[in-house]
Each structure stands twice: as C-alpha cells, then as structure tokens.
Design a protein around this ligand. Structure first.
Ligand SMILES: [Zn+2]
Length: 363
C-alpha cells in the first residue's frame, strides 16, 4: 500500500523582481540553466514591442539565436500557430514580454509543446503573470480559460511596471483582492458539500491579498512591489490547488458575464472583477465589504455599476447569468441569484442608491 505523499507543485525555478531587470533577461536565463538553443520572444504590437526588442538585442549580443513575434493579442489561433512554429523551428524556450494577453498566448503555446516558458510582464493588471491558466479569445471573440503550465521563469521589471498606464496597476489590485471573496466562496462550497476545500492554497491566496487592502496609492515602487508579490503568490496558490479556485469565485463569474455583454466596451479584467468582488462580498454579508469599498474609492476602482458605464439592471442581468457560466463551480450567487428578482435585490443591497452619488470614474 502506498503511503500518502506530499503534493507536487510546480514553482518557477527563476523568479527575479527588480528595477531594470528587462536588461538582465539573457543573463538570468543562462544562469538558471534554460536551454538557449533557439529562443522565441513574443510581444504585442503596442508599447511592449520596444521592450521586447531590447530583450532580443541583448540575447543576440550573447550569441543566442532568437526569433521575434510582435503581433500577439490573446487569440487562441495565435497560440496554435505559435505552437506549430515552436515544433517546426525546434524552439527551446518561449519568452513572453508584455501584458496578460501576450503572456497567455505564449504560455499556452509553450505548455502544449512542452518547451520552457518565461513570463516577462510589462504590466501587472492580473494574476496571469505567474499562473498555470491561460485566458484566450476563441473564433467567436469570447474569452475562455485553458489549462496551461506554470512558467519556468518570471522576470519582473518594476521600472517597466511603473511606466505602464495607472489603470493596469489598479486593475491588478482588483484581481488580487478578489482572492478574498473567492476563498469565502470556496469555504462555503465545501461546507455545502459541493467541493473539497484545500487550506494551504487558500491561505497563500488570502495572505497575498490582505496587505493590498491597506494600499492608498499605486504610484510608489513600494506599492507596485506589494501588488506584484501578491499576484505572483496568487499564481502559486492556483498551482498548489491545481485549480483557479483560490483566486476565482463569484466575482470572476460576474466579470465573465459582463465580458459577453460589454463586448468591445469591456473594461479591464481587474476592473470588472473589482465590481464583482463588491457584489460577492455583499452576497456573503461579509465585513470585507466596507474596507473593499474604501480601497476602491481611494484607488479609483469602480465602487458602483455606473463607474463601469453599467446600469443597475444590466449588472443584475449579468449576476443572474453568472452561475450558469460555470455550473460546476458553486459560489454564493448560486444560492443568492436563484430566483427571479434575487439579483435586483442583491444589487440594491450591495450598492444602496444613497451611497452612490454620480461620480466620474478615474481612468
Ligand atoms: Zn482574475
């Protein structure tokens, strides 16, 4: 009979967070025994391109053979094409330099071809920078999550992060604090017998998120490092759990329901998740609701549906649809949005009209 063994968790063998670390990617990869036989660097067509080109130049200066892909935008067909190229050109390491869309495209291509993947985020707007999950848009434009693998390496340049638009950092905070409501859902799901609770990943996810509740700004390097560390740990929590559960509950389902409703007008993932986090905290009748509202007000994250250009009725419709998007994942909304009229009632509870004067959402 086999004795129970501790679980295996994939932890990146290279983690480097620093100022100006984009210039050190080549050296770091060589020092951490990545096979630099043929490196693929992926980026988007926007501002990350210049940063990726710097990484390519440094690698070439070290005598490394490199190919650059500069048009990645988070589409499933791009990941498939990239996977084909990785096989055909015998790529040994795939490096993503950019935001979440670039990272997820390269992450999935690398995972499906079994080559090493290195995440070099230039924005920290969500926890995909270190997670084993890739969220990509299919042929119909709808985004869906795909199982991938943890990056083998993560190189995070605080200087690059701080020059990214402020809303990306705020969105990162939104995605980070959503761990708190996600774990409330997880525990309740376990109490109801819907799922098994796993205390270690939940502890990592909650400990990663809690310091963010105290943030008063996202412009100082110290705050940016706090958010970066929190999001990196969130990825680790998902890897340890083997599911996105510790970082994704009702608030994420609300955000996914908004994705399909807002289509081209969708806000950043972390901004939508922030609104969903308020809904979830209210649904749980959690004391977290007040500190979350205060945090979002301080940072300029949405504190009511109007801040995202939504009416209360539109948000209620999204909340009603949310549980059906993922019936296998029990959340508080499974219970609290079960009957017609429930969602409207919950919206009124979460966003009392007297406390939500019309404000300009700082973007
Ligand atoms: Zn998220």
């Amino acid at each position: 009979m086999n004795a129970p063994r501790p679980r295996d968790v994939e932890i990146p063998r290279l983690l480097h967070v620093g100022h100006g670390s984009l210039r050190e990617v080549g050296t770091l990869l060589a020092d951490h025994a990545f096979d630099l036989g043929h490196v693929l660097v992926g980026c988007g067509p926007g501002p990350s391109r210049a940063l990726a080109e710097g990484v390519v130049d440094d690698l070439r200066a070290q005598g490394v053979r490199v190919r650059l892909h500069s048009h990645l935008s988070g589409r499933l067909d791009q990941a498939a094409a990239l996977a084909g190229e990785i096989i055909e050109e015998q790529v040994t390491v795939a490096v993503a330099v950019g935001g979440g869309r670039v990272i997820d495209t390269v992450k999935l291509a690398a995972a499906r071809t079994g080559v090493d993947f290195v995440s070099v985020p230039t924005t920290i707007s969500n926890d995909g920078i270190s997670s084993p999950v890739a969220s990509l848009a299919g042929r119909d434009g709808a985004r869906a999550s795909h199982a991938a693998r943890m990056p083998g390496g993560i190189v995070l340049d605080i200087s690059a992060i701080s020059s990214a638009p402020a809303e990306t950092l705020r969105a990162g905070v939104g995605d980070l604090v959503s761990n708190l409501t996600a774990c409330l859902d997880w525990r309740l799901a376990a109490e109801g017998g819907h799922e098994r609770y796993d205390a270690f990943p939940a502890m990592i996810a909650e400990s990663a998120a809690r310091p963010a509740l105290e943030l008063t700004e996202v412009t100082s390097p110290a705050s940016q490092e706090l958010v970066a560390h929190g999001l990196l740990l969130s990825g680790l929590a998902m890897a340890a759990a083997g599911t996105s559960r510790p970082c994704s509950g009702a608030e994420h389902l609300v955000s996914h329901a908004l994705d399909s409703r807002l289509a081209g007008g969708a806000a950043l993932h972390g901004e939508q998740v922030a609104l969903g986090t308020l809904v979830a905290a209210a649904a749980h009748r959690s004391p977290l609701l007040v500190p979350l509202q205060e945090l979002f007000r301080r940072l300029g994250l949405p504190t009511c549906p109007e801040d995202l250009g939504l009416t209360r009725a539109q948000l209620a419709t999204a909340m009603q649809a949310a549980p059906g998007l993922r019936p296998d994942r029990w959340t508080i909304l499974t219970d609290r949005c079960a009957r017609p009229g429930d969602a409207e009632e919950l919206v009124a509870e979460a966003f009392p009209p007297a406390h939500s004067p019309v404000r300009q959402f700082a973007r």
